[in-house]
Design a protein around this ligand. Structure first.
Ligand code: SF4
Ligand code: SF4
Length: 194
């Protein structure tokens, strides 16, 4: 890591005149810089850099999107008809991530999303030197679901919910029929006793 000591030692090069024939030779006795990008300084553990989402460990709870102060996380979830698996920490997955975008062009690197994530699947990486050709390219897509798959999951959910509703209505109709039948029997019994 570079320190003030390196900075002061580095200034010793200034004392050498450009007339010196060794002026442009690489100095090995001082190190005020590193040979970036071939050499990179190690990043501290708590450094804030590019975000990454391990989508297989995401339970699509939306907490990260809700806490983001600049609304740069865009998630669209689809309810699954049953449990679709477990994350690596054993959390149950019941929602599909039809869309999970993070617009790094808007991100202010506050790190709040990484703090609230219950499965710790959204993390700050040690990557800081990303250069892209367009602002649009800075909108990272983490969902692995295609539009066709998402549509299929929506249809499956609609069918499952329609079946559930029909079963509930049938159960209610049956309960009502039984109640009416019992009331009729009771009424007849009372008439017989009279
Ligand atoms: S680091 Fe902050 S600004 Fe960036 S996506 Fe996370 S919550 Fe939003
Ligand atoms: S907080 Fe974590 S688990 Fe929840 S949606 Fe965000 S990345 Fe996924």
């Amino acid at each position: 890591m570079l320190t003030l000591k390196h900075l002061f030692r580095g200034t010793s090069t200034v004392r050498r005149g450009i007339q010196d024939k060794e002026y442009f030779n690489e100095r090995t006795d001082v190190s005020s810089t590193v040979r970036y990008p071939h050499v990179k300084l190690p990043m501290p553990d708590n450094s804030r850099n590019q975000l990454h989402v391990e989508i297989d460990d995401c339970i699509v709870c939306d907490l990260c999107a809700k806490i983001c102060p600049v609304d740069c996380i865009d998630i669209i979830s689809i309810k699954a008809t049953e449990e679709i698996g477990k994350t690596s920490d054993g959390s149950s997955k019941r929602l599909y991530a039809a869309k999970f975008d993070i617009d790094m062009a808007k991100c202010m690197f506050c790190g709040l999303c990484t703090i609230v994530c219950p499965t710790e699947c959204i993390i700050m990486t040690d990557e800081y030197d990303v250069s892209l050709n367009s602002v649009e390219a800075m909108n990272y897509h983490f969902s692995t679901m295609s539009e066709e798959e998402a549509e299929q999951k929506r249809q499956e959910l609609a069918i499952a919910e329609a079946q559930k509703k029909a079963a509930k209505e049938a159960a209610m109709a049956e309960a009502k029929r039984k109640a009416e039948e019992e009331a009729l029997l009771k009424e007849k019994g009372e008439e017989g006793n009279a």
